[in-house]
Design a protein around this ligand. Structure first.
Ligand SMILES: [Zn+2]
Length: 654
C-alpha cells in the first residue's frame, strides 16, 4: 500500500495538531481497502483554553456521520479527555449511557457525537491514534494460515481477541494499557475487526499504519494458494433483475434501487461453485453488518424461492440470537450473489445501494483471499448479531423519520433536456425518485448524478428507445414511472397545404414513439412498484384550433392511447393518466419576441396574453411538473384513465 504522506502538503500545518489530524485522516480515507463509507476513526489529543482561561486536555475524535475521506476540522468532536478516561475506567456502562455521557463531555454542544470508539482512543496514551478496518488485516485474522502467522508478522503489535465495539472494547483496551501491555508496541490488532496504530507524531502513526497494512498484503500474496476467481459477464436478463428488485422491495416494505456489479471479480465470485457456502459465514468487519446484514442472499434459478429462503433464514437467525429487548429488522437482503451474473446491492436510495455495493465488492474479495489462506472464518454469528441489533442501532430504528414520497422509485421522463421535461425530472428527483431523462439534445447529459442519468436518445428510433429502457433497468434495477412529455409542435399550415412530411413526423414523435416506449416498458412496469404512466397531452385535444391539424391529431391519438392503455394495464395495477396543459410560456420554445407577436395578434399585452384563462393566472413549467409528480405519486393511487386540464380554466373545455 502506497504511503501518501507529502512533506510539501504538510509543511504549512506542522504546528496545528488538528489540521495535521485532518490531513492524515484524509490520507487514510482515500484508500478504500482501509476504510469504506464512514468506517474507521482517528483522533488527536491536544489542549485548549476554556472561557476562564484554564487549560483543558481535549480529545478530538472523528464525529459520527463524517467520512475520513472528506473530513474537516468541524468533523472532529472535542471531548474532555479526563472525563473520557474516567468513563473508560468504570466497571460497567451501557452503550446508550456511554453515548449520553460523551455528549455531556463535549467542549462544544453543537459538535457531532464522537465515534463509538471514543473511549478506546482516550485510553491509548499517545497523541495520534489511527484506526481502520484494513481489508488485508481482517483477511489475515479471519483465516487459519493468516492467524498462524500473525504473531510472527507483528511482534510490535498487541494482538487481542475480538471484543464488542463500544464500552466493552474500551474496557479491554483500558485494562491492557493499565497492565502495561502497550509498552514498546506500535499498535493493536483486533481480531476480526481491524487495526490501531499510534504515536506522538501524526506522520509516524500514519506511517506505522501503512507499513503494517503493506506487510499484511505482502504476507497474503506469499501465503495464498490460489488467485481470486474472475469470469466474463453474461448477457443480462433484465426482466429477472426487475423481478428481483420487486421481491426485495416487497420484503423491505419500501421501493429499492439496485446496483448491479458485473466486474470480472464480481462475476468470478458469483460463479464459484462454493459461493453458497462461503458467502453465508459473515462480514469482513463487524460494523458492516449494520449496513449489509450478516449475509447476502444467494439467487439462482428460482429467485422467488431463493429470496423467501433468505427471509426464513433471517427470521431463524433472529430467533436464535435475540432476547426480549430486540425488535426484528425487515427481512430483505442488502446485497445478493446473483449466481453466474454478479453482485446486486439494494438501497432505498441510489447512494445507499452504491455504498453497499462497495462494501459487497470488498467483502467478496476478502472472502476469496481468506479462502486462499485456508478458509474464510469471520466473526461468529452471535457476535455479529450483537452488532446488527446493537442497542444504539435499535434506538435509531425507533427514531426513523418520514421518507420522500417517491423514494426508491425509478422514472423515465422523455424530452428531459430543458423545459417541462427537465422540470418534471427535477421535481421527481426532489421527491426521492431515481430518474432517467431521454432527449435528442446532448444537454440532457447535464442530468447525470448519483440519482439520475441523461441519455441522448432519438425517440423516433425504435432501437434507441428499446436500448434506453434496458439501460434504465440496468442502472437502477427496474422501472416504475414514465412521463411521456417529449413532443414537437407543428402549426401554421391548413390541411389543404399540410406537407406529408410534417404530418408523418408529428405523428411519429408525438404518438408512435410513445406507443413504442410503452411497448418496451410494460413488462417492467408490470413488476414495478406503484407503476404509473403519465402522458402530457394538450388543451388542443378538447379545444382545437385551425392550422395545427398534425399536432392536434397526434395529441388526440395520444389521449386515446392512454384511455386504451388504462384499461389494458389496470389488471396489473398500472395507472395511466393524461394532463392537458395550455399556454406554458416559460420554456425555450417561446422567446420574448414570439410572445410579443402572439400577444399583439390578440390585441393584448404580453402580461394579459400569458394569463389568457378564466383564473387569470400564469401557468409555469414548474406547475406542470408538480401536477405530473402528484399524478404518478400516491395521491392519485386510485385514479386511472383520467384527463386533467392544467390550463387556468378554459371555457371551451369546461
Ligand atoms: Zn472499528
Amino acid at each position: 500500500m502506497k504511503n501518501l504522506w507529502s512533506d510539501i502538503e504538510a509543511a504549512s500545518i506542522l504546528n496545528d495538531d488538528l489540521a495535521l489530524r485532518v490531513y492524515t485522516s484524509r490520507l487514510l480515507g482515500k484508500e478504500e481497502s482501509l476504510v469504506l463509507h464512514g468506517g474507521g476513526n482517528t483522533s488527536v489529543k491536544s489542549t485548549v483554553n476554556d472561557i476562564f482561561g484554564e487549560k483543558i486536555d481535549v480529545l478530538y475524535i472523528k464525529g459520527s456521520g463524517w467520512d475520513l475521506k472528506t473530513i474537516e476540522k468541524a468533523g472532529f468532536s472535542p471531548q474532555r479527555l479526563k472525563e473520557c478516561q474516567k468513563l473508560a475506567a468504570l466497571p460497567e456502562l451501557s452503550d446508550s449511557e456511554m453515548v449520553k455521557q460523551l455528549r455531556l463531555a463535549l467542549l462544544d454542544p453543537s459538535a457531532p457525537d464522537g465515534s463509538i470508539e471514543t473511549l478506546v482512543h482516550a485510553s491509548i496514551p499517545f497523541k495520534y491514534v489511527d484506526h481502520s478496518h484494513a481489508d488485508a488485516v481482517v483477511v489475515l485474522t479471519n483465516s487459519p494460515k493468516g492467524l498462524e502467522k500473525l504473531n510472527e508478522l507483528f511482534p510490535d503489535f498487541l494482538i487481542l481477541p475480538y471484543e464488542m465495539p463500544g464500552f466493552d472494547l474500551a474496557k479491554q483496551i483500558d485494562q491492557a494499557v493499565k497492565a502495561g501491555h502497550l509498552q514498546g508496541k506500535n499498535g493493536i490488532i483486533l481480531k476480526s475487526h481491524g487495526i490501531f496504530t499510534f504515536a506522538d507524531c501524526a506522520k509516524k502513526s500514519y506511517d506505522l499504519h501503512i507499513a503494517a497494512v503493506t506487510k499484511a498484503e505482502e504476507a497474503i500474496a506469499k501465503l495464498r494458494t490460489a488467485p481470486r476467481q474472475t469470469a466474463e459477464v453474461k448477457a443480462i436478463d433484465h426482466l429477472a433483475l426487475a423481478k428481483i428488485r420487486r421481491q426485495v422491495s416487497d420484503l423491505r416494505g419500501a421501493a429499492v434501487t439496485v446496483n448491479l456489479n458485473q466486474s470480472p471479480l464480481a462475476v468470478g465470485f458469483a460463479s464459484r461453485t462454493d459461493v453458497a457456502s462461503i458467502s453465508q459465514r459473515g462480514t469482513l468487519t463487524p460494523d458492516h453488518s449494520i449496513r449489509t446484514k450478516r449475509t447476502p442472499a444467494v439467487i439462482g434459478e428460482d429467485l422467488v424461492a431463493d429470496l423467501q429462503e433468505f427471509k426464513k433464514n433471517h427470521e431463524a437467525y433472529f430467533k436464535r440470537n435475540s432476547s426480549a429487548e430486540h425488535t426484528i429488522l425487515d427481512p430483505a437482503p442488502r446485497w445478493a450473489v446473483w449466481k453466474n451474473n454478479g453482485l446486486l446491492s439494494f438501497g432505498v436510495t441510489a447512494k445507499e445501494a452504491n455504498q453497499i455495493a462497495d462494501i459487497a465488492a470488498h467483502t467478496a474479495d476478502g472472502i476469496q483471499d481468506s479462502e486462499a489462506l485456508g478458509g474464510w472464518q469471520p466473526l461468529d454469528e452471535k457476535n455479529l448479531f450483537n452488532i446488527e441489533y446493537w442497542e444504539l442501532e435499535q434506538r435509531k430504528l425507533k427514531k426513523a423519520g418520514t421518507k420522500p414520497m417517491l423514494q426508491g422509485q425509478v422514472a423515465i421522463v422523455t424530452g428531459a433536456a430543458v423545459g417541462i421535461g427537465r422540470k418534471c425530472a427535477d421535481d421527481l428527483l426532489s421527491h426521492g425518485a431515481c430518474v432517467v431523462g431521454l432527449d435528442i439534445s446532448p444537454r440532457v447529459e447535464d442530468l447525470n448524478s448519483v440519482n439520475s442519468r441523461g441519455i441522448v436518445c432519438n425517440i423516433g428510433d425504435e432501437e434507441q428507445l428499446k436500448a434506453a429502457v434496458l439501460k434504465t433497468v440496468e442502472t437502477f434495477g427496474g422501472l416504475d414511472i414514465i412521463i411521456c412529455n417529449a413532443g414537437i409542435f407543428t402549426a401554421g399550415e391548413y390541411v389543404e397545404n399540410l406537407g406529408l412530411d410534417t404530418w408523418e413526423r408529428t405523428l411519429k414523435i408525438n404518438l408512435t414513439a410513445n406507443q413504442l416506449l410503452l411497448k418496451y416498458s410494460i413488462p417492467f412496469l408490470k413488476v414495478g412498484i406503484n407503476s404509473a404512466v403519465l402522458f402530457v397531452g394538450s388543451r388542443n385535444v378538447g379545444a382545437p384550433g385551425p392550422g395545427a391539424a398534425a399536432y392536434s391529431v397526434s395529441k388526440a391519438g395520444l389521449t386515446q392511447l392512454a384511455r386504451v392503455l388504462s384499461m389494458e394495464l389496470a389488471p396489473d395495477g398500472i395507472r395511466v393518466n393524461v394532463i392537458h396543459p395550455d399556454a406554458v410560456f416559460d420554456t425555450e420554445l417561446w422567446t420574448e419576441d414570439k410572445l410579443k407577436r402572439s400577444a399583439e395578434r390578440y390585441g393584448m399585452t404580453v402580461e394579459e396574453y400569458k394569463k389568457r384563462n378564466l383564473l387569470k393566472t400564469e401557468i409555469k413549467s414548474t406547475d406542470i411538473a408538480a401536477v405530473c409528480t402528484a399524478m404518478v405519486g400516491p395521491l392519485f393511487n386510485k385514479t386511472t384513465g383520467a384527463q386533467i386540464p392544467v390550463d387556468g380554466g378554459n371555457d371551451r373545455i369546461i
